[in-house]
Design a protein around this ligand. Sequence first.
Ligand code: C2E
Ligand code: CA
Ligand code: CA
Length: 378
Amino acid sequence: MNENRLVIMEDDRSIRTFIMKVAEGAGFATRFASSLDEFLTLLDDWKPSAIILDLNMPDTDGVECMRRIREVRTTAKILIMSGMDTKTLESAGSLGRQFGLEVVGLLQKPVSVASLREMFEKLYEDVVSIDYANLANAIERDDLFLVYQPKIELETNRAVGVEALLRWRAGGNVILPDRFIPMAEAEGLIDPVSAWVIDNAIRQLGVWVAEGTDLKMSINISAKNLHNLNMPDEVAALCRDAKVSSQSVILELTETAAMGDGPTMMDILTRFRIKGFELSIDDFGTGYSSLVQLQRLPFSELKIDQEIIAGIGSSSSSAVIAKAMIAMGKAMDLTVTAEGIENADTAQTLKSFGCDIGQGFYYAYALNAEDIPGFVKK
Ligand code: C2E
Ligand code: CA
Ligand code: CA
């Protein structure tokens, strides 16, 4: 059983579904309760490791729930959520602590994906230690898997590709890449990790192509992978074996990572392009932006960072920046992709700016391979 079990006590169905989706994406199993009885039953039977409590419910309230939680003596960590002012939220929090509960955070409604994700980080308990031996084992035993997030052409609203996103299955839990990719990079495990990802993503693409589902596959690689001059030939050979065109494969490199130079990296990237692969500069606009970089390396796609996209609705400067980046990308003949689109307004704005492709929870969460053909046909 997944050790990370979250109970959501919230009566509003749409909020509940939203939180569930984000929590599941962060590796939690979820259940919800909309009454005190349901809630207490779940505490007893399912023993959650974490609880999100809405302060205002029709037949009860968060304070009453906390009083009852104290009686059950759970060790679950608690998040309190409310649309009320911060003062009320804070006093509910300190009351919870006085009850002896582990209140780890307060969430002001409306909640954003970013704030939820940050909270889930705090609630998540690692079930394995994130170290060399365990990850090496996971690769060996195929305890890694890929999920695929659709990329949507804004003009036609059709799925034109997917991005492969890595997951690590440990017991009933799912560990997200942000928790282990940095370790893999630091400890010299990123080559076997990327080899596993590239091999599996390309074979999966081969299966879809054979079934008649036409898509491009975006694969994340690390700059640390770019030391082996044979890499372009090896990946091209995988494409041949899987009967997919190299033109259907996009390699994504983060901007910060792409900063390192030296002839080897440039040699490898250039030969990937010559062999027909696409290259994408990921998370563009954060960290150490370098327009020179963009000019110098043979990229074919520019992916605007989520943080800028997330700001479009609320900050006029984010919109200005996004607009300028799109214009610049188009002027440089790049495909421009926006990631982290969470609502229709942002999608519309980006479309009006001439952005080519969108990706984000508004369109789709990362899906299992078997759900992709059905999604594409929709
Ligand atoms: P990334 O390449 O920027 O991937 C996009 C991340 O944003 C994914 O997180 C995705 O689930 C999340 N996301 C997608 N749409 C939205 C949205 O609308 N709102 C918000 N808030 N988030 C959204 P994930 O899967 O946890 O991956 C995190 C990072 O881990 C990736 O960021 C990438 O840098 C790295 N990563 C993932 N898979 C691999 C891999 O196979 N190899 C390497 N080297 N890195 C990987
Ligand atoms: Ca990426
Ligand atoms: Ca990104």
